[in-house]
Design a protein around this ligand. Sequence first.
Ligand code: GLP
Length: 239
Amino acid sequence: MKITVMKNAHEIGKSVGKLFVDAINAKPDITLGLATGASPIPTYKYIYREYQKGKVSLKDVKTYNLDEYVNLPKQDKNSYYSFMHTELFDHTDIKEKNVHFLNGNARDSARECKKYDEMLEKAQVDIQLLGVGRNGHIGFNEPSICFSKGAFKVNLTQSTINANSKYFDENPMPTQALTMGVGSIMKAKKIVLIATGIEKADAVTAMVNGDVTPVCPASILQFHHDVEVYLDEAAASLL
Ligand code: GLP
């Protein structure tokens, strides 16, 4: 793992944003694996600002998002579909047909997951962007007794519900999600992970220095040959 410690989330957004813009310019039909949450927002802002300046085009870029809540309407402001449109897609020339999500409202979730796995297998993600949960989750792969190969329906842990429920005001937060499996995440050619804030420090230490164990799903990244981790000083403080 290549670890870079930077001053703050804004600086990380500039560096990781530039990494993505350079990668898109080098391969305009690149396939990206994308993440939601607070961590990637400065990166997305950097990318769409470069688009607005005419420095990059996303018209041939293909994206696959990591996860989606179960039984939350696609148009709900808290769906990850809405998040990606608000934080990135709507500010760029990306084509709707090129953006892919797990459908959390699919009647047969096992079938939906299988379909997504097959699409991912064909697409081959060039760069996967990740955040990490306070409990070490990646995507919505929560601490478990084994690593999941493919996509599946997960029951969210209390730690994740506590961290994410601040976004849900009137309606209760969904307690289940569909997520890309750890096996699929590991197939990306390159992985870039962002973590900021003291509340991520324990997960970051376990991910970088701990045993590789499904108890900390992010620890599997130690086995990937091309991982770049961007941390602020607080998230790196226990390393
Ligand atoms: C969320 C998402 C993850 C994200 C993580 C951290 O629940 N499912 O993909 O990386 O938790 O979120 P944040 O960046 O807001 O701390």
